[in-house]
Ligand binder design. Structure first.
Ligand code: BGP
Length: 490
């Protein structure tokens, strides 16, 4: 018998920019993702812009990569996969029906900030944007599905990214809080579960994972300052949210990973610990304990970071602690100070390859034990309800006789569900599991459609060709049984 609670929330997750499309419909403004091209495992995604009358492009996913003074621009000869994505904007009813038939209890999506405030600085929200999400949430409720909503998922308004240099300016705090409170008021009777920032720790993690991994002190300064503003913004949103509806459960969202020492050398154990502090605990403590950890000063000193903290910031962080700890989990990492093992290859994987694990086509390790370890460690540290809000295997699927025989995906998910079950048996208060990309969508890291995670296949390729038809894969029927048996039938 599995150990999940009776009201365990089984479901799936996506993000607005990766599924919706309709990038210029319904009064929506441009987000940073709208000027991001498609990449692949071999080549990065680029942000396209104009500067001093000249067009240019730069590798990256956040506005911080744009050169000073650059204005994001859409080029005619480039392909932007998020512009249409899988057109959830027009297919949401059909998609929600399929989720409901699978037995979903919860569906995680995000709200595109630019549908609500097209440039981020309007006084009044865009009614068409508010109406769209109201229709989506009502449709979910009608189908017995609880919405779980990410307020900001890698889709800041482009205008704000340019003007305030990707959260370097404190003005971002109030703009975010205005946006968040607009959502809280508007959907207070429809949405109970909210996440303030998707994978907030990615600003630090990415510094090691992109380019040569040797970011400058200036890059660290910017990342820490951006995070400080986001911690304050998140905390203020939590405080305001609870005033609007005391029943709200508002969570953080961390890109979760565990870090193993590559050898028993105590130096490796320390190096792995340091990596965990930087990549996980720094942000997790700031939002779940409401304070900077004891090792924060060491991290800042390492890169000569001088954080600008204003009066009241630390108090509000304390006051606006999150109600639940939520995270994505795809893989673990190995850290060593020795010249052993093969270097990790793949997008977003750092360190050394772990000889005990298998790797996906994109170089991500499969490590269900790491998920159990993560749940047990973090529950022990924070003691608040937890949710696994992303997990899954990105793989190339082959369409055969109108379906996909994705036993590799079933195998990956089965192992991770077993790992969660163990953690629950060991006392972790786990409330939900939303697999990533429950319907195929555009990859955040590479912009590919061919990196698929879904239970539902979407007929669309890396060039934007295809009918957008939806088809259930083998995993669709498997997950249906998992949900119906509350995790017993794996
Ligand atoms: C997380 C993001 C998601 C998502 C997922 C899978 O980092 O929160 O937006 O896409 O990873 O990554 P990818 O799409 O690069 O395979």
């Amino acid at each position: 018998m599995a150990h999940f609670r009776k009201d365990f929330l089984w479901g799936g997750a996506v993000a607005a920019n990766q599924v919706e499309g309709g990038y210029n419909e319904g009064g929506k403004g441009l987000s940073v993702t709208d000027i991001t091209t498609a990449g692949s495992l071999e080549s990065p995604r680029y942000l396209t812009y104009t500067l001093d009358g000249k067009d240019g492009k730069v590798a990256g996913m956040f506005a911080s990569s744009l050169p000073k003074g650059a204005k994001g621009k859409i080029f005619d000869n480039e392909y932007y996969p998020n512009h249409v994505a899988i057109d959830f904007y027009h297919h949401y009813k059909e998609d929600i029906k399929m989720f409901a038939d699978m037995g979903f209890k919860v569906f995680r999506t995000s709200i595109a900030w630019t549908r609500i405030f097209p440039t981020g600085e309007e006084d009044k929200p865009n009614q068409e944007g508010l109406d769209f999400y109201r229709r989506v949430f009502e449709e979910l409720k009608k189908n017995g599905i609880e919405p779980l909503v990410t307020i900001s998922h890698y889709e800041d308004p482009l205008a704000l990214g340019e003007k305030y240099n990707d959260w370097q300016d404190r003005k971002m705090i109030d703009l975010y809080v205005k946006y968040a409170t607009t959502l809280f008021k508007e959907y207070k009777d429809l949405v109970k579960y909210w996440l303030t920032f998707n994978e907030i720790n990615s600003s630090l993690m990415f510094l090691k994972m992109v380019g040569d991994g040797n970011a400058s002190d200036e890059d660290y300064q910017k990342a820490y300052q951006k995070l400080h503003h986001q911690f304050v913004a998140s905390a203020k949103a939590v405080v305001e949210g609870h005033k609007i509806n005391p029943d709200f459960m508002i969570g953080n969202m961390i890109a979760g990973s565990v870090y193993y020492p590559g050898t028993p050398d105590p130096k490796d154990v320390l190096a792995a610990r340091y990596e965990e502090e930087l990549s996980q605990l720094y942000c997790a403590d700031a939002q779940a304990k409401g304070e900077y950890p004891s090792f924060a000063k060491r991290l800042w000193d390492e890169h000569n970071v001088h954080l600008k903290i204003e009066d009241g910031d630390l108090e509000v962080m304390k006051e606006g602690k999150v109600d639940m700890y939520t995270f994505s989990y795809y893989m673990s990492n190995m850290v060593t100070t020795h010249d052993v093992g093969e270097k990790a290859k793949g997008n977003f994987s750092a360190g050394t390859r772990n000889p005990y694990l298998e790797y996906s086509e994109w170089g991500w390790s499969t490590d269900p034990d790491g998920l159990q370890l993560y749940l047990e460690k973090m529950y022990d540290r924070y003691g608040i309800p937890m949710m696994v809000v992303e997990n899954g295997l990105g793989a190339v699927d082959k369409l055969e006789d109108g379906t996909v025989h994705d036993d590799y995906r079933i195998d990956y998910l089965r192992k991770h569900i077993k790992a969660m079950d163990k953690a629950v048996e060991h006392g972790v208060d786990l409330r939900a599991y939303t697999t990533w990309g429950c319907i195929d969508c555009v990859s955040a890291g590479t912009g590919q459609m061919s990196k698929r995670y879904g239970f539902i296949y979407v007929d669309r390729d890396d060039k934007g060709e295809g009918t957008l038809k939806r088809l259930p894969k083998d995993s669709y029927y498997w997950y249906q049984k998992v949900i119906a048996s509350n995790g017993d039938e794996l």
